[in-house]
Design a protein around this ligand. Structure first.
Ligand SMILES: NC(=O)CC[C@H](N)C(=O)O
Length: 225
């Protein structure tokens, strides 16, 4: 089983994810170039990393969504397989229509880089079942466009379908309803602005992020049996 990490021009958290998957979680990651049109054989999950794809021109993720690989990512998600987008990956997945809502500039208009306490709002997803519901975890954020927006009707749906996975305790960027991470309605696609891959070893200040990857790996392993 492989964990496909998509690399766009300007991705900069690709190695962070690769390192955590291979060296901390002991699974097999593989980089996939944005110009590819297919995912590697035996891909069990797709991870869209953080960064500044295409220099964040237009809006973050607005150009990356047209990359050749994105049709394969969409087909993979449509088939019910797990896809996670972190930071710029979240921005790309919303631009691609795989997740509801949009990411706007932080309300302060500043780039914000600091650890954030989050509440695990839904601990039953493919990506969060190793957490306890309502638990506080610390993940860093590092973004200029992390201000999650959706309209009232979408927010009502997100709440009704339990699609809000993580919320900020001290909303740093103006996000609607303190939302830090959401899933699609089916629950197999997660996007989040905070970085679990930068919180997966005690030496980095905390290892809460490991349980997100452990959740994903357990879900993928169970599905393969
Ligand atoms: N680390 C990231 O992916 C953040 C970059 C992101 N494109 C932004 O909003 O600034």
């Amino acid at each position: 089983m492989k964990y496909a990490i998509i690399r766009f021009p300007g991705s900069n958290c690709d190695w962070d994810l690769f390192y955590v998957l291979r060296d901390v979680m002991a699974v097999t990651p593989e980089f996939v170039d944005y110009r590819e049109t297919t995912l590697p054989d035996e891909t069990a999950a797709v991870l869209v990393p953080g960064g500044f794809s295409y220099g964040d021109y237009l809006r973050s993720g607005a150009i990356a969504r047209f990359s050749p690989i994105m049709a394969a990512v969409k087909a993979f998600a449509d088939a019910g397989h797990p896809v996670i987008g972190i930071c710029n990956g979240f921005q790309i997945l919303t631009e691609a229509g795989l997740l509801p809502g949009a990411l706007r500039k932080n309300s302060s208009l500043d780039f914000i880089c600091k650890p954030q306490p989050l509440t695990v709002t839904n601990a039953t997803t493919l990506f969060t079942h190793e957490f306890d519901a309502g638990e506080t975890v610390m993940f860093p954020i590092a973004h200029g466009e992390g201000n999650y927006y959706c309209d009232d009707a979408t927010l009502a749906q997100l709440k009704q379908n339990h699609q809000i996975a993580f919320t900020y305790q001290n909303n740093p960027n103006g996000s609607t309803a303190d939302i830090a991470g959401v899933t699609n309605e089916r629950g197999n696609v997660l996007g989040m602005m905070p970085h679990p891959e930068r919180a997966s070893e005690a030496i980095l200040g905390g290892d809460d992020g490991q349980r997100l990857f452990a959740s994903l790996i357990a879900s993928v392993t169970a599905a393969a049996q």
